[in-house]
Design a protein around this ligand. Structure first.
Ligand code: MEV
Length: 314
C-alpha cells in the first residue's frame, strides 16, 4: 500500500488576485490530508473519511474523480486502465477554503507514486497536483497545491507566461494561533474564479485599481510578517477582506463571522480561499485569544478549526 500526505493551507493575502499574476501569501496549517492507495481489481474507488467532509465529499465527488483522472494522465498512467482503492483521511477537515482539494491531491499523488514505485520529486508532485486542481478550480493559480506540497509560509506569484511561478519560503519568528471559521456552505471555487474573471473584463478600470491595491497589500503583508508586526498583519488582513468584498467573492455569512471575530479582539479577520461560502480566517495570537474567538464562533453554531500559521511540519 502507498501512503502520502498534503498540508492544508490558508491564504493570508491575495486569493483570486493570484490567478491573475498578483503575488499572494499562503501558509500551511498544522493539519493535513492523508491518503492510502492500493492497486485493485476494478475501477477507481474512493473512500473519503475526512472529518467534516460529508457534504463536502458528496458535492465534490465528480470534481474529485476528474481530478484523479487528470492526475493519472499527468503521471503517464491511463485512467481507463488503472484500478485502485483510494482512502482519504487525516486531521484536515473537508471545509471549503482550507485547500482540502489540493491537500488531498498531493496526498493521493504521493500515495500513488509509492504504490507504483515511481520516484517523484516534490516539484513533480506539485505539478501533478496542479493538473488535478484544474478539476476543482478551472483556472487555478497554483498557490493551493504549492502550499499543500511544500508547507511553511509561502510567497507565490503565478507566471502568466508559462514559465515557472515565483515561489519563496518566508520565515516567521514563531508560529501564530489562528481560528478558521466555517460558514458550512460548500463553495464552488471554479464558479467563483470564473466570476471574478468575467467581472474584471467588464470593469477594467475599477478592477485594475483594486488589483494594484491587492499587490500593495501582499507586499506590505510580507514586510509585516517579516517584522513580526502582528497588529499590522491583522490590519492588512482587514483591508484584504474589503477588497474581496469589492470583487464580490465574500458573502453575508463570511462577513458576519469576520465581524464577530474582530469584535472578540482578533487582530484581523478575512475570508480565505475561494469565498462564496467556505471559510474565514482570524488572526488570534496566543491560546487565550484563540479560544475566545473560536468559542464565540462555535456559540453561533459554526464549526471552527484552531490551528497556527507558520508551521513547517505537521
Ligand atoms: C483558492 O484557495 C484560491 C483561489 O485564488 C484560486 C486559485 O488561486 O487557484 C480562489
Amino acid at each position: 500500500m502507498g501512503r502520502g500526505s498534503g498540508f492544508g493551507k490558508t491564504i493570508l493575502f491575495g486569493e483570486h488576485f493570484v490567478v491573475h499574476g498578483v503575488p499572494g501569501i499562503a501558509s500551511a496549517v498544522d493539519s493535513a490530508a492523508d491518503a492510502h492507495v492500493k492497486k485493485a481489481a476494478k475501477g477507481i474507488n474512493v473512500t473519503d473519511e475526512r472529518t467534516g467532509a460529508k457534504g463536502y465529499a458528496e458535492k465534490k465527488k465528480l470534481q474529485q474523480l476528474e481530478s484523479i483522472e487528470r492526475m493519472l494522465t499527468a503521471m503517464n498512467m491511463d485512467p481507463q486502465k488503472t484500478s485502485m482503492d483510494i482512502w482519504l483521511g487525516g486531521n484536515l477537515p473537508g471545509f471549503s477554503g482550507l485547500g482540502a482539494s489540493a491537500a488531498s491531491s498531493v496526498a493521493i499523488a504521493r500515495a500513488i507514486a509509492e504504490e507504483y514505485e515511481l520516484v517523484l520529486s516534490d516539484e513533480q508532485i506539485n505539478d501533478i497536483a496542479y493538473e488535478a486542481e484544474k478539476a476543482y478550480a478551472g483556472n487555478p493559480s497554483g498557490i493551493d497545491n504549492t502550499a499543500a506540497t511544500f508547507g511553511g509560509l509561502i510567497w507565490f506569484k503565478k507566471n502568466l507566461n508559462k514559465g515557472s511561478n515565483e515561489i519563496e519560503q518566508l520565515s516567521i519568528r514563531e508560529p501564530v494561533e489562528i481560528v478558521i471559521g466555517n460558514t458550512g456552505i460548500v463553495a464552488n471555487t471554479k464558479a467563483m474564479v470564473a466570476g471574478v474573471a468575467q467581472r474584471k473584463e467588464q470593469n477594467p478600470e475599477e478592477y485594475a485599481a483594486i488589483f494594484r491595491y491587492a499587490e500593495e497589500l501582499a507586499n506590505k503583508g510580507r514586510k509585516a510578517l517579516d517584522e513580526f508586526d502582528l497588529k499590522q498583519v491583522g490590519n492588512l488582513m482587514n483591508e484584504s477582506h474589503q477588497l474581496l468584498q469589492q470583487i464580490e467573492v465574500s458573502c453575508n455569512e463570511l462577513d458576519y463571522l469576520v465581524e464577530l471575530a474582530r469584535k472578540q479582539g482578533a487582530f484581523g479577520a478575512k475570508m480565505t480561499g475561494g469565498g462564496g461560502g467556505g471559510c474565514m480566517l482570524a488572526l488570534t495570537p496566543g491560546k487565550d485569544l484563540q479560544e475566545k474567538v473560536a468559542l464565540a464562533i462555535e456559540n453561533e453554531g459554526f464549526e471552527v478549526l484552531r490551528t497556527k500559521i507558520g508551521v513547517r511540519k505537521v
